[in-house]
Design a protein around this ligand. Structure first.
Ligand SMILES: [Fe+2]
Ligand SMILES: [Fe+2]
Length: 305
């Protein structure tokens, strides 16, 4: 449907070796001092972890897709500060929504691909009627071992969408889940290939780790783009928020397309978040489109759950 190849790649905003080593040292030190357990209690436990519910109005949505639910988990950064045992409540929260789809939007690791395996016992507990799907984040390409992550996850029922899409027909309509590889680190972030199987009228939901891609992915028919990467700045203080990638806002409307940027679940550097709570996102499609003058489309409700 998209004509010639459209590659979204941009120049990477790379962490130098020195900076990565500093992260590793800080994380190791924090872990030694109990930082992993502290982070889990402080940010990922019942009453602390946030459930962000989003309602997304879609004009002309098929009756069968009313209430179609997608849960999103993002930015785990498995390793020193988040590992086996950290995601129990996040998975419970996601499953409680009884989702049609569960999606993972990247950054399973910070330093080594094997750290992604430590998350598998919990992530494979996600239950969604149509399955669990994933895209890579920029960190996951470290050592060019992302295929090993994908293979291990596939064995536990989690499928990566690498510049490809899946259609889920429902009555008179269909949801198309489109996975685009990371625009900074992938060998290709080919949105034309990703969209090749789409049909006219599909309700398109795009997974793309980095929200910088959103302006080039938004178009009529794209109901939502689900991103991560920014951690909501992780530490939202004037002198620290600049250390991470720019956060465009958790919820931005680009014409007909809602861009949802998850604040994610994990951290880089220190077991510390400020003004950027870890969260699970639950998105529901709705046939109810607000009329003119009704303000910003759709609703959002956040609870610590
Ligand atoms: Fe991240
Ligand atoms: Fe990232």
């Amino acid at each position: 449907m998209d004509g010639p190849s459209q590659d979204l790649r941009v120049e990477p905003r790379r962490h130098g070796k020195g900076r990565l080593a500093a992260f590793w040292l800080a994380e190791q030190s924090a872990r030694f001092l109990g930082g992993r357990a502290f982070y889990r209690r402080r940010h990922l436990s019942p009453g602390r972890l946030r459930l962000r519910r989003e309602v997304l109005p879609v004009a002309g949505l098929a009756l069968e897709l009313e209430g179609f639910c997608v849960v999103q988990l993002s930015d785990f950064h498995g390793g020193n500060l988040l590992s086996a045992g950290s995601l129990t409540h996040a998975v419970e929260l996601a499953n409680r929504e009884r989702p049609d789809l569960a999606v993972l939007t990247g950054d399973y690791i910070t330093h080594h691909w094997r750290q992604a395996l430590d998350l598998l016992d919990e992530l494979s507990g996600l239950r969604a009627r149509l399955g669990v799907y994933a895209v890579f984040g920029n960190h996951d390409y470290r050592g060019r071992c992302e295929r090993r992550i994908a293979e291990a996850y596939a064995q536990r029922g989690i499928r990566f969408l690498c510049n490809e899409s899946l259609r889920f027909p429902a009555g008179a309509g269909a949801v198309a889940l489109v996975g685009v590889e990371d625009l900074e680190e992938a060998r290709a972030a080919d949105v034309s290939a990703a969209r090749a199987a789409l049909q006219p009228g599909d309700v398109e939901l795009v997974l793309c780790h980095n929200p910088r891609a959103a302006p080039r992915l938004a178009r009529a028919g794209v109901a939502a783009i689900l991103c991560g990467h920014t951690h909501g700045t992780q530490v939202d203080l004037p002198w620290l928020r600049r250390l991470g990638p720019a956060h465009p806002g958790a919820r931005v409307q680009l014409g007909p397309t809602r861009v949802i940027t998850s604040r994610g679940l994990g951290v880089v550097g220190l077991p510390w978040r400020h003004g950027a709570p870890a969260e699970v996102v639950a998105l529901r499609l709705s046939r109810e489109v607000p009329g003119p003058g009704a303000g910003e489309a759709g609703g959002v409700a956040c609870t610590a759950a």
